[in-house]
Design a binder for this molecule. Sequence first.
Ligand code: FES
Ligand code: FE
Length: 431
Amino acid sequence: MAPREALSTVLDGELVGHDGLVDRRVLCDEDLYRRELESVFERSWLFLAHESQIPNAGDFFATTMADDPVLVVRQKDGSVAAMLNSCRHRGMRVCRADVGNAKAFTCTFHGWTYDASGQLVNVPKYDEGYHGELDKSKWGLVRVPRVESYKGLIFGTWDEDAPTFVDYLGEEMCWYLDSLVDRREGGTEVIGGVHRWVIDCNWKLGAEGFIGDMYHSEMTHASVGLGALPDKGWQYGAPRGHGTGFFIDGLEYWNGAYGDEVVRYYEEIAPEITNRLGAAAADLVSACAHGGVFPNFAYLTGAAMTIRVWQPRGVDRMEVFSWVLVDRAAPPEIKEASRRGMTRAFSASGTLEQDDGENWSEIQRVMRGSVARKHPINYQMGFGHERDDVPGLPGTVGYVNGDLPGRGFYRYWAELMRQGPLKRANGDGSG
Ligand code: FES
Ligand code: FE
């Protein structure tokens, strides 16, 4: 591979090749990272919160969209608004709590106060200092222009012209995602708060891993005695970079990880899932699926469920926001067993989680080398063996151990990087 080139040359060339090879600089180049914050994250639908986190008017959750701090707030009319958590006066964070309920947000620097919709409602020394001349209606918090909820999952985008979230997902990915959020009457809720931790690796290692890498499981998770996994299963990759993979006939396998009672629960609800989503979805739900919505939302189904976001915090660092997801209709003991099982396996101290994080941070460390970063990484597994004739499964699928979703993830990433940042009018940006 050529030595380091100017960014424009890299983007015109083979950063993501049609042959399944990916230039390692996508994971470690500072210029590419700065560009992807604008070209990828400002153009995409990003996960903000689960509806169950903010049930009442004034409830808020402080998160980030990529590295921008954002407040997600339930409005009086029941809708959800999201706004940049940055005071319009000098830029201070206006809300420094992670979660809570508020009628207004008062900046701790000079005291500008915004209501729950982000409107500027009070400015200290307004008459004496500003002589009443500051137009408060123009200095509200910067609103996230598009916010949509999909069956409990709230997403937002900075791109006013983005397709609707459902169109962004595509019909096929909706079907796969429904196996997570729409399998029982009443949908889902999150329990046990938000787990947050930092891993020293590029966000794409987490994102692409959950979208498309079942292959690592037997080797990486040998430390917790997973052993030989089921050998039947499929993976799917969406045109806009989303993806999922799952075993079939694997429920018994997960017994040890989450407990008999959870496995029995899944056996009991299988008919309801079949009724709602079809037999193929019931298989998929019960036998552990990984998946993700481009760029950085991820989930696991199976005997217990998590949803999460890989928040970029620099080219070689990400912060994980992770929740335990349960069926709202599940009995309390199953919710508690899921919470315990998920925390044990996939949380900051989770056994499987640490296996993954160790690999990702070590990959990032290796790329500090000037030679290592010049050699491409390989996404050729299953290339040319895709199928679109598997009964019950929408879209083009491949064998569960493959790189079909990973190739799609990087292809779409490269497409957005080529398109470049959003072109927007340089107005005052108020909401
Ligand atoms: Fe917020 Fe001055 S920075 S009031
Ligand atoms: Fe893993």
